[in-house]
Design a protein around this ligand. Structure first.
Ligand code: SP5
Ligand code: ZN
Length: 348
């Protein structure tokens, strides 16, 4: 497997996130990636590379340029409000919910922050933009290598990306690496691209970005939003709009009753839709928070199950890019991710 490693990921290391009215240490931390890197290096057989330069033009075709400007300048604005802010991460405290105006961009930093962010668990700090931007460069590099003939590549990066929408951050995600990979494949000549999101949580950001497009099919298997984060998107009746009608497939499952057999049946259903769509390439936002030991999620998957997951995905026989998303049980995260990639290679 070709692995594009974002060596700048550790510039993003949030201190605290809001949980049940108080601040707790961030669940999404640099060691997550380091455990995955260590396991992949231990197993050997992978080819490692650094990302090429970031591509801001391509990024502007995935995200709203005003949103990108906001993210790029957020830390400087935060410090300008009060130099003591350097000791604290950025988190929003007001949001334009229905009943309030969403069509004005406030001058106040706090006003713009709430406009572009949907939760209180995704702190931004001095290195967030640089880390996230290098993450998109990793996704682009991986996608370009695959477009040039590689079977598959893994963008090993954080912060994760699949919750980040066209002009929205949250769920520990700022820039949508999987969407950027899909856009790169399209621009490299693939007529139709599919995204198969296997993270425990619904890929709301990727759905948002491609919802009105007919050239990218988005599929997500996830904990049912009636009971699981992100709650406000990910239902089965969301099928796409306009040119994108029929090009979004949500497969929500109840984590209380669903175990690997049901989860794997949903995976097969998603792959059937991808085959019917006629995708020429595949992007897999790979989160392993489906693991039984995950502290914030879980579908009860065992480490061995991830070999089967990779093998089943390989059955699509499509050039594939994996992006690293969630998974918070650091003691299992390396083995679980490496098992998906090994299962994929065994299945090709
Ligand atoms: C990429 C990804 O998997 N994002 C998930 C974001 C989930 N955010 C809400 C988590 C709430 C749980 N907070 C920690 C509980 C510690 N006991
Ligand atoms: Zn997740």
């Amino acid at each position: 497997m070709l692995i594009v490693l974002n060596g700048r990921h550790c510039l993003h290391a949030g201190r605290q996130e809001m949980y049940r009215g108080h601040m707790i240490p961030c669940v999404e931390k640099p060691s997550r990636l380091e455990f995955v890197e260590a396991e992949l290096r231990l197993r050997g057989g992978s080819e490692w590379m650094d990302p090429d330069e970031a591509d801001l033009d391509l990024l502007g075709r995935v995200h709203d340029p005003r949103y990108l400007d906001f993210l790029a300048g957020a830390w400087a604005e935060w410090i300008a409000l009060d130099p003591k802010n350097a000791e604290t991460d950025i988190l929003p405290s007001a949001w334009p919910m229905p009943g309030l105006r969403h069509d004005v961009v406030p001058l106040a930093f706090a006003g713009r922050l709430g406009l572009f962010c949907f939760d209180s668990g995704s702190p931004m700090m001095s290195g967030t933009w640089d880390a996230a931007l290098a993450g998109t460069a990793s996704a682009i590099t991986a996608a370009r290598r695959v477009a040039a003939g590689r079977t598959a590549a893994f963008a090993l990066t954080r912060p994760p990306g699949h919750h980040a929408g066209r002009a929205l951050f949250g769920g520990y995600c700022f820039l949508n690496n999987a969407a950027v990979a899909a856009q790169t494949l399209r621009e490299a000549g693939a007529a139709r691209v599919a995204v198969l999101d296997v993270d425990f949580h619904h890929g709301n950001g990727t759905q948002d970005i491609f919802y009105r497009r007919g050239d990218v099919l988005t599929v997500s298997i996830h904990g049912h939003p009636l009971t699981e984060y992100p709650f406000y998107l990910g239902y089965a009746d969301e099928r796409g709009e306009g040119a994108g009608e029929g090009c979004n497939l949500n497969l929500p499952l109840s984590p209380k009753v669903s175990r690997f057999a049901e989860w794997h049946a949903a995976l097969e259903e998603g792959l059937s839709a991808i085959a019917r769509f006629g995708a020429e390439a595949l992007v897999v936002p790979l989160g392993v928070d489906t693991y039984k030991g995950d502290p914030i999620a879980g579908f009860g998957l065992e480490s061995e199950d991830y070999l089967k997951v990779g093998e089943t995905i390989a059955g699509a026989r499509l050039p594939s890019i994996f992006t690293f998303e969630g998974g918070y049980a650091v003691e299992g995260i390396g083995v679980n991710v490496a098992n998906v990639l090994d299962g994929f290679e065994a299945g090709r």
